[in-house]
Design a protein around this ligand. Structure first.
Ligand code: NAD
Ligand code: 89V
Length: 337
């Protein structure tokens, strides 16, 4: 099969990483870029050598891509996925899949071609390596994880819409960490959550503490905050403690992975190996964008289901909804995918 032909819809802030990464993905090329803002579409075209469009419907009709990469914000995901379905085009769609789980279910209901959510935290090298150690039995049977993502980095500067949403850090960032918890410890029986509005000027919660009971019996804690004053600030790193009946793994700041077993400690450097175009501050995320997009193309070409397929991401999204339900009820809630 010759290289797959793709189109990117939404050429804004984060899509710059998609566009640069597509140049490095093997087995696919971007032939069209689309943005309502013609200047953004033209800039994306210059970056990729693709043709620029400002209307998604005419782009689908004229370009007939094999897949589309939807990199707009979440409220546009359903109409664009519906357009893709109408044109029988496979979809990779940025997170959050949609604003709520009812919309996620509608998208999955009308989609017949492969669909994957661009959920890239599990495609970060440190987390790939951590999961590989767990799967190899480094801790024995896991029973606990602590997953921390606490920063004072100004996320709203690059994504101003985040200050306007009622559901803030869990839907934006917690969704990544909930996927990581599932990636490391499997699916979840119930979840308890507490939230705080800690960012002046933001409508939604900017910090949250979540406690998950996994089907395996393991328990994990997720602690996330956008208003943590700390130096050095670990942004955008996820720090993880993971314990089992034979040992423990500790993903420390600056990509130091410690394995503790039988009184011995082994240290592994799991720093990302970013592409040449990466920015040092975002290199961890940018490498994961490339890994995520390569995984999508590999799955599309082989017919394998992607790790973060739409159907899989529905389970992560169900945890987001259960977390908000718990924050409202004060009780542990059961996720309903
Ligand atoms: P943005 O607002 O900067 O860019 C979105 C672009 O989509 C805009 O240029 C807009 O003109 C365009 N657009 C909107 N509707 C369109 C339509 N109908 N047709 C064509 N273009 C249209 O948004 P952003 O900050 O880049 O975020 C995009 C998504 O990426 C969000 O869902 C966000 O959560 C996600 N994101 C993911 C990561 C990650 O993967 N780790 C990091 C940051 C942001
Ligand atoms: O990765 C993301 O989805 C961004 C964040 C600020 C969490 O990096 O929104």
């Amino acid at each position: 099969m010759s290289g797959l032909r793709g189109a990117v819809i939404g050429c804004g802030f984060f899509a710059q990483n998609h566009l640069k990464a597509w140049r490095d993905v093997e087995g696919a090329r971007i032939v069209a870029v689309c943005d309502l803002d013609p200047a953004r579409a033209e800039a994306a075209a210059a970056l990729t050598g693709a043709r620029a469009h400002s209307d998604a419907a005419s782009m689908f009709a004229e370009e007939k891509p094999d897949f589309v990469d939807i990199a707009t914000t979440m409220e546009i995901h359903e109409p664009l996925a519906r357009l893709a379905a109408r044109h029988d085009v496979a979809v990779i769609c940025q997170k959050p899949f949609a604003p709520d789980i009812e919309t996620v279910r509608r998208i999955l209901g009308f989609t017949r071609r492969p669909i994957m959510v661009h959920e890239n935290f599990r495609f970060q090298r440190p987390l790939i390596e951590l999961e590989r150690h767990v799967r190899a039995g480094a801790v024995g049977t896991p029973f606990f994880a602590h997953i921390s993502w606490r920063t004072g980095y100004d996320v709203v500067a690059g994504q101003p819409y985040l200050a306007e949403v009622e559901r803030f850090i869990i839907l934006d960032l917690g969704i990544h960490l909930l996927d990581v918890a599932r990636f490391l410890l499997g699916d979840v029986a119930d979840i308890h959550c507490r939230t705080r509005r800690t960012m002046p000027g933001a409508k939604g919660e900017a910090s949250a503490v979540l406690s998950l009971r996994h089907l395996s019996g393991a328990v994990s804690q997720i602690v996330c905050s956008y208003t943590t004053r700390i130096e050095p600030d670990p942004f955008p790193q996820t720090l993880i403690e993971l314990e089992g009946d034979r040992g423990s793994l500790h993903l420390r700041h600056d990509y130091r992975l410690e394995h503790h077993e039988r009184g011995r400690m082994t240290v592994h450097d799991v720093a990302p190996r970013p592409p040449a175009w990466a920015d040092p501050q975002w290199a961890l995320v940018q490498e994961s964008v490339l890994n995520t997009q390569q995984h999508w193309i590999d799955c599309l070409r082989s017919g394998r289901e992607p790790q973060t397929s739409g159907a899989d991401n529905l389970k992560t999204f169900a945890l987001v909804e259960a977390a908000y339900a718990s924050a409202a009820s004060g009780r542990a809630e059961v996720p309903e995918a």
